[in-house]
Design a protein around this ligand. Structure first.
Ligand SMILES: Cc1cc2nc3c(=O)[nH]c(=O)nc-3n(C[C@H](O)[C@H](O)[C@H](O)COP(=O)(O)OP(=O)(O)OC[C@H]3O[C@@H](n4cnc5c(N)ncnc54)[C@H](O)[C@@H]3O)c2cc1C
Length: 379
């Protein structure tokens, strides 16, 4: 029996929306349904990415989905001049804009919480059973063993006066270091409004929103800015893995994409480049084999990034962690670009470890030698 729906995508978040957006325009005859447990689009996330993270043909359709794009970004570390990196544009999609720009309204079934699923069927908590030729699981974060956490709270703020920022400040690490490596992240949406986010690369996952709100208030005051309105807030605790169990896709389970399919950068937690590349290359008829191949290609450098996470969380004292990042952001811009896009080359890996080490050499070596996949990580 042919299913009524060709494709069911579980979750109308980033990876599900991008795939539906592409397939809707490339295969207009395909019937697609997105099942989303929430009753409204995700508002409390901002998805950022660099132009160089993706191939030019992907940037071509992805950039118009962005709420804002800038001609690069800046980073700032103690004792060093602010560095502008402008070889590649930087872009951000506001949570509330994604589904609107993808025009997916008619395809989404809101309030549909998935209880169980297979590659061709789905059961919802309300008892409904649905079937499709292909079920894709894009339900977001799956729990992975982690070496540490990237945790943050950000506020979208409108100021009384212009902030004068020209481009995003990806890392302002000149703030007091606490709870690991700490920095502020600023995204200037327009002359008066911006996202101000306080971020920690921490050993623990706990977050104290009241305390961070106070920190943001203090940071804004120091800049001499006066808040007119806090528009919205976002918060995240993202596990930074040091390993992922290699699992080949179980043929009875749906194909998993996005964070659920471990398709993201292990050090930055950015998943836009992975989600967009999958959406660009996957086809409804060849999805099984294509996804396996794409995963292998996109996650090729994961062992190296796991090693970096271990170096960061096991090799560096929390208070000294910023030095690792300060040194990294002193490296040539093309290397930094390839790093963000998950395309670190062999010579980049050598370059990242070469020179005067930011960590005590014996601790770094301990981490390297105790890594069961050390050789693979450096290949
Ligand atoms: C606050 C925040 C900011 C981030 N910023 C960036 C960034 O700037 N750049 C970047 O690349 N990455 C960023 N990330 C990391 C990552 O890219 C995002 O988490 C991204 O949204 C992951 O995409 P996804 O499609 O895997 O999951 P999601 O976008 O989380 O989508 C999953 C969807 O599935 C739904 N769902 C879950 N369970 C069920 C169920 N049982 N039934 C039905 N629906 C279900 C959820 O409600 C959700 O809508 C951020 C993460 C957070 C938390």
């Amino acid at each position: 029996v042919k299913s009524e729906t060709n494709v069911i995508i579980l979750g109308a978040g980033l990876s599900g929306a991008l795939l539906a957006f592409r397939w809707k325009s490339l295969y207009p005859q395909l019937t697609i349904q997105l099942l989303e447990r929430n009753t409204a689009p995700i508002r409390e996330k901002t998805w950022s990415f660099h132009e160089a993270d993706v191939a030019p043909e992907i940037w071509h359709w992805l950039a118009p989905l962005a709420s804002a794009t800038w001609d690069g970004y800046e980073v700032c570390f103690p004792g060093r001049p602010t560095r502008t990196l402008s070889r590649s544009r930087y872009a951000s999609i506001k949570g509330e804009h994604l589904l609107e720009k993808c025009e997916l309204d008619e395809l989404i079934r809101w309030g549909a919480e998935v209880r169980s699923c297979s590659r061709t069927s789905v059961e919802l908590y309300d008892g409904t059973t649905l079937s499709a030729d292909l079920v894709i699981d894009a339900r977001g974060e799956a729990t992975l063993p982690s070496g540490g956490f990237q945790k943050f709270l950000g506020q979208n703020i409108t100021l009384k006066e212009p902030h004068q920022l020209k481009r995003p400040l990806l890392m302002d690490a000149t703030v007091t270091q606490s709870d690991g490596f700490r920095f502020f992240y600023l995204l200037p949406w327009d002359s008066h409004s911006l996202l101000v986010e306080d971020t920690y690369y921490s050993n623990t996952s706990d977050i104290d929103p009241a305390l961070i709100r106070k920190e943001i208030e203090g940071y804004i005051a120091k800049k001499g800015w006066v808040v007119e309105k806090i528009q919205s807030e976002e918060k995240g605790v993202l596990p930074l893995p040091t390993t992922i169990e290699e699992q080949s896709q179980n043929p009875s389970e749906p194909l998993s994409i996005g964070m659920r399919g471990a398709l993201y950068h292990p050090v930055t937690s950015y998943s836009v480049p992975w989600a967009a590349t999958i959406a660009h290359h996957l086809t409804p008829t060849g999805a099984h084999q294509e996804l396996e191949q794409l995963k292998r290609r996109l996650n090729k450098n994961h062992p190296f990034y796991f090693l970096l996470n271990r170096m960061l969380f096991e090799g560096a004292e929390p208070a000294e962690r910023w030095k690792v990042l300060a040194r990294f952001y002193g490296l040539p811009e093309p290397l930094i670009q390839r790093f963000y896009g998950g395309k670190t080359s062999f010579s980049d890996k050598v370059r990242i470890f070469a020179g005067k080490p930011p960590l005590p050499l014996n601790r770094a070596l301990q981490v390297l030698l105790s890594n069961p996949r050390g050789k693979e990580a450096l290949a």
